[in-house]
Design a protein around this ligand. Structure first.
Ligand code: ADP
Length: 507
């Protein structure tokens, strides 16, 4: 281990940016955090201001270093993890974004996705190459939208003046000097969320970029998730420190949870849920509505792939109960309310608020609360809302088992909702396998720190991650098989009630 003692992870997330200082044992020493504005110009549109994000990143690094009472000389490496798919396009000469960042949840590119699908192959047009269905979720069509809709952007892009990146590349470019020699790089995990990267060769697919009208000169260089990309700029708070790890947030959590063997999986419970299953060194195509994506690549080692089940609405349904219905005043209250009854009273709540993601990918679905009778109270609805997270997770797990041919024997969990013990027990009951929460719940930042630390020799490799990982709590399934089957059958029936809701005159 070098003389320097800490690794800093920058977690550029959807709602906030954070910097966390970790020690060699993988423990948190200090945290800095700042939220940024969520910009909703119209229904379905979600934007962030990239300049605000960059300012906040600098602020939170300052907060974290200050709280840890350390300076750049005490830091061995910096890792970056980020909200994935969110697209930033900026001018390399001025360093200014040409438009706000278009966020992963934004649905404005539905028409572009439909038009590309209509060229042949429908939603699966590019799936065999990039592992993803055509959907509004991914970066490529968002870049196309910016080039089509911002005055002069297409011409500037064709002159080679514009650069694209997810927020990892935006932060890295600025940290390494911006207009003064900033490094324009991304890692394989972020690149695998653009719809533009060949899964097998880890290179940009010129044909797809051509069909989307995206000049290759805009795209960052694709590198591994753990290597030195550059050093923090002169005058920066971390001046001279190597920036040596990048992982998209869900992949970083998978890394931080030490899911290094084929068949290991983690599930993150946040705004939405994201389950990733390590499938080893070759990509596994999904027949069951999952995404094939990069899991990580350490330096020159072979890339590791994952199957991913993305669920759009889980924790945000609890926020909806709080903000839109006023049923609770804070998210943790949902557990108390739900515990005041023994079961869901027959109510099932399918939160298809923006259609259904995995495993259905139905843009035509909308939310439904079914099974209602005079008996049902707000406590049953709170319970049904929590159970919705567990049922959706079961559907994703079933798809994982079917795609991989191996039955998962346990599930590691993290994210804000895993504090909810009622949900965790119900999750174990509905899956029929143990659910395990680790001691360090900040698995996303931790994963990015490990990737960065491994690249500079601060940690020797995956074994250090495995050794540092520790279990906090485990929930064992206790529901009878027949009852589990009955509830899951009713959930599946409830899901069918959400299909086909969106007609031409319904948005
Ligand atoms: P993200 O990283 O996506 O912003 P977090 O991992 O911070 O999300 O998780 C926050 C989410 O968890 C919120 O959507 C909130 O509604 C939900 N949440 C937080 N605490 C609880 C709880 N005790 N029970 C149920 N849901 C909760």
């Amino acid at each position: 281990m070098p003389d320097t003692q800490y690794v800093v992870a920058i977690d550029q997330g959807t709602t906030s940016s954070r910097a966390i200082v970790f020690d060699h044992g993988g423990q948190i020493v200090a945290v800095g955090q700042k939220e940024h504005q969520q910009i909703f110009p119209r229904a379905g549109w979600v934007e962030h201001d990239p300049a605000e994000i960059w300012t906040n990143v600098r602020d939170v690094v300052g907060q974290a270093l200050g709280r840890a009472s350390i300076t750049a000389k005490d830091v061995a490496a910096v890792g970056i993890t980020n909200q994935r798919e969110t697209a930033v396009v900026w001018d390399r000469k001025t360093g200014k974004p040409v438009y706000n960042a278009i966020v992963w949840q934004d649905t404005r590119t539905q028409k572009i996705a439909d038009e590309l699908g209509a060229l042949g192959g429908g939603a699966d047009r590019y799936k065999s190459k990039v592992g993803l269905p055509l959907a509004t979720y991914f970066s490529g069509p968002k870049i196309r939208w910016i080039l089509d809709n911002v005055d002069g952007a297409r011409e500037a892009a064709e002159r080679g003046d514009l650069a694209f990146g997810n927020t990892d590349s935006w932060v890295l470019w600025n940290m390494t000097g911006g207009v003064d020699g900033g490094v324009h790089v991304t890692d394989v995990t972020n690149a695998s969320r653009t719809m533009l990267m060949n899964l097998d060769s880890l290179t940009w697919n010129e044909e797809i970029a051509g069909e989307m009208g995206i000049p290759l000169s805009m795209l960052p260089e694709i590198r591994s998730s753990s290597e030195i990309y550059g050093n923090d700029r002169e005058g920066g708070l971390l001046a001279g420190v190597p920036i040596s790890g990048i992982l998209g947030d869900q992949q970083a959590a998978t890394f931080g949870q030490a899911c290094f063997e084929v068949g290991h999986a983690k599930n993150t419970y946040g705004t939405g849920n994201f389950m990733l299953l390590n499938t080893g060194t070759s990509p596994v195509p999904s027949k069951n509505g999952l995404l094939t994506t990069l899991c990580y690549k350490i330096g020159d080692q072979a890339p590791v792939y994952a199957l991913e089940g993305s669920i759009a609405v889980t924790g945000s349904l609890i926020q909806w109960l709080r903000d839109n219905l006023g049923l609770i005043t804070s998210a943790p209250e949902v557990e108390e309310l739900a515990r005041s009854v023994d079961d869901n009273g027959g109510a099932y709540f399918v939160p298809a608020f923006s259609g259904l993601f995995a495993p259905y990918w139905r843009a035509d679905a909308r939310g439904a609360l079914v099974g209602l009778t005079r008996y049902v109270t707000k406590a049953h609805i709170a319970r049904a809302a929590l159970e919705a997270t567990a049922f959706q997770t079961r559907e994703v797990l079933d798809a994982m088992n079917a795609d991989s041919g191996v039955d998962l024997s346990e599930l590691k969990v993290d994210g804000g909702m895993v504090q909810d013990e009622l949900l965790m027990q119900f999750q174990a009951d509905i899956l029929g396998v143990p659910v395990i929460r680790p001691k360090v719940a900040e698995t996303t930042a931790l994963g990015a720190a490990y990737a960065a630390g491994i690249a500079v020799g601060y940690w020797s490799g995956e074994q250090d991650v495995i050794d540092n990982w520790a279990e906090d709590k485990r929930w064992e399934p206790s529901m009878e098989d027949a009852e589990r089957d009955r509830q899951y059958r009713l959930w599946k029936k409830a899901v069918t009630k959400t299909f086909d809701w969106v007609d031409d005159d319904v948005s």
